[in-house]
Design a protein around this ligand. Structure first.
Ligand code: F6R
Length: 608
């Protein structure tokens, strides 16, 4: 969702801001703009559409010199994507400029108050209310003014503020929306996410809730909620610039699919020591694990699909019953939480608003919270009591691939960890499961060779109107994720069904030639699934089956078969998803879609 970049220093700001915004494109946006502090005052240049359009406007704008500025990519929430609604926004008197990520929930009341004071508004945004509040409450000191306005705002915000009367300064403040600050030789930067800073620094400071920062060419000063100066310790990322660039691939999605063997190896090997699963940032005692009364796995989208796999695996391996809940629904289900409940939140970005809200709700109810997160220092990682990091590295493509695979790996590891802590996993079974788990990266590597085969199937079906997926149990959980990949990047209508459910309604949708992808990798479900394949074939569907190598019986029923490496049933989602990621990728490519930045989608969903 919206991306923010700010720079206060001694170099020209426009190239730095545009470079940073380009690195935030993956978050999804529909308009973009920059604000500059110039000798003549504040200048704002912005436009609907992609950064290329903004670049054109900057080229024809005349003087764009200035060493302090803000940049923004907007993902519309209040008001349609348009030049006027694009950020930055200027106050009516042009003394303040603001970029904002988040949603101001009380903006209607605040706007009404300003209207009564004679303010007028150009845009439909909540952000224009903030910038005019700055003008209204101006104390003459930028930090003071921002803090005064911050106290009036309800909802979520990451804000960057420029004032014509405070040359050389940016003030930043945040609540429930991510914002980081980095220092470089020529000054200080701020951004919504690390890729925007990585060309300038690998050390960054995370602003805590309601903290503020003042950026100048001499560095950054941080202030807590009471305006007292605070000193902060930077986080360090060891990614190189290549990690956030295409490295020769046409799309980040393909690059990230291809990285899966390596990131799986990193995630798995860093959590197995001396033959046991060890999570350095989890401090649950054995007694606490034994006392767990309910286990909830809470997440959104693909992360929830990883959670569904987790539910099955935790039950099978640790003998513990788990429930999976969508984060956006969790609080409203009135979940039965006690101080013995464990709530596991899964999130790549660590910033998903619904997941964060679910986590806070669980904490308020006294439950124990464990976050499975990819982004170090993200809000979810910082708000949970216990954390397990997936080591997927930066994921840029909007559609998740490698982070989902690492989430699966953590689900397996968590199941083993819980099984051991509960004394339900013998030494022998523990050793054999960990051996199989450690073999997954090599099997994933072997699967990368299936690229061309899936490209071939994609060429046959890229014109399809609908594509259905079926599977049972773990295959069904994997089918949900495969179907989401197809929908979000190819825009083909796709649904995943638990195979046994088809005849209760959805089978009516099948027509002659409809593609049904049958995920048939779990051996324990194979016989039943073959019957379901015959049912759909009898209605004219064409069936592409994905099964484990050596499954001879499936050959007799499927029209086409793709074989995945053999692995115990519980790990099969990690095998079937890779060919399905390739399939979705090639279908989208053949349909000419914007693979890394699908329409209407944002990488980091920071609004509820
Ligand atoms: C789909 C996808 C989304 C995310 C979801 C949660 O490809 O990426 O469904 O899984 O928005 O995001 P995180 O994991 O950042 O909480």
């Amino acid at each position: 969702m919206c991306g923010i970049v700010g720079y206060a220093g001694s170099e020209q700001a426009v190239p730095i801001l545009m470079g940073g915004l380009a690195k935030l494109e993956y978050r999804g946006y529909d308009s973009a703009g920059v604000a500059l502090q110039q000798d003549c005052g504040l200048t704002v240049i912005k436009s609907k559409g992609r950064l290329a359009e903004l670049r054109r406007q900057l080229e024809t704008a005349g003087d764009t010199r200035g060493t302090v500025g803000l940049g923004h990519t907007r993902w519309a929430t209040h008001g349609e994507p348009s030049d006027l609604n694009a950020h930055p926004h200027l106050s009516q008197d042009a003394r303040f400029a603001v970029v904002h990520n988040g949603i101001i929930e009380n903006y209607i009341e605040l706007k009404q108050m300003l209207l009564e004071k004679g303010y007028t508004f150009q845009s439909q945004t909540d952000t224009e209310v903030i910038v005019n509040l700055l003008a209204y409450y101006d104390t003459g000191d930028l930090l003071d003014t921002v803090l005064k306005v911050r106290n009036k705002l309800g909802g979520s915000y990451a804000l960057g503020v420029l004032s014509a009367a405070a040359p050389g300064q940016i003030v930043a403040v945040r609540k429930d929306s991510p914002l980081i600050v980095g220092l470089c030789k020529s000054g200080a930067l701020m951004a919504s996410d690390i890729p925007a800073l990585i060309a300038h620094t690998r050390d960054y400071y995370e602003l805590s809730e309601r903290e503020a920062a003042v950026l100048t060419k001499d560095g950054a000063r941080f202030y807590n909620v009471n305006r007292e100066p605070v000193s902060k310790t930077p986080y360090h990322v060891d990614w190189d610039i290549d990690a956030a660039s295409l490295g020769g691939y046409e799309h980040f999605m393909m690059k990230e699919i291809m990285e899966q063997p390596r990131v799986l190896r990193d995630t798995i090997s860093s959590k197995i020591h001396d033959g046991e699963v060890v999570f350095p940032d989890v401090s649950l005692t054995r007694a606490q694990v034994e006392a767990i009364d309910r286990l909830y796995i809470v997440a959104c989208g693909s992360a929830a699909h990883a959670g569904m796999v987790g539910k099955h695996v935790i039950r099978r391996v640790a003998g513990l019953s788990a429930e999976v809940e969508l984060a956006s629904e969790f609080r409203y289900q009135e979940p039965l939480l006690t101080d013995r409940s464990l709530v596991v939140i899964i999130s790549q970005s660590g910033e998903t608003a619904d997941s964060l809200a679910a986590l806070r709700y669980a904490r308020e109810k006294g439950a124990k919270t464990l976050a499975v997160v990819n982004v170090l220092g993200s809000s979810i990682a910082r708000s949970a009591e216990h954390v397990i990091y997936t080591n997927a590295g930066p994921e840029i493509a909007v559609a998740t691939t490698k982070a989902y695979s690492c989430q699966l790996a953590v689900m397996y590891l968590l199941a083993v960890y819980l099984g051991r802590a509960l004394g339900r996993l013998s030494d022998e079974d523990n050793a054999s499961l960990l051996k199989e788990l450690q073999a997954l990266p090599d099997k994933a590597d072997a699967l990368l060779g299936c690229k061309e085969t899936m490209q071939y199937y994609a060429a046959q079906y890229y014109g399809a109107k609908d594509i259905f997926l079926i599977g049972r149990n773990l295959d069904y959980a994997a089918a949900l994720e495969a179907s989401l990949k197809l929908k979000e990047i190819s825009y083909i209508h796709s649904e995943a069904y638990a195979a046994g459910e088809l005849k209760h309604g959805p089978i009516a949708l099948l027509e002659r030639g409809t593609l049904v992808v049958a995920l048939a990798a779990t051996v324990s479900m194979a016989d039943k699934l073959r019957s379901n394949i015959l049912e759909v074939k009898a209605r004219g569907a064409e069936v592409l089956a994905l099964a484990q190598e050596g499954d001879e019986k499936i050959k007799t029923v499927a029209d086409a078969l793709f074989e995945v490496p053999r692995t115990p049933d519980i790990f099969t989602p990690s095998m079937t998803i890779i060919p399905m990621q390739f399939f979705a990728y090639y279908v989208a490519a053949m349909r000419g879609m914007d693979i890394d930045k699908p329409r209407n989608l944002a990488k980091s969903v920071t609004v509820e």
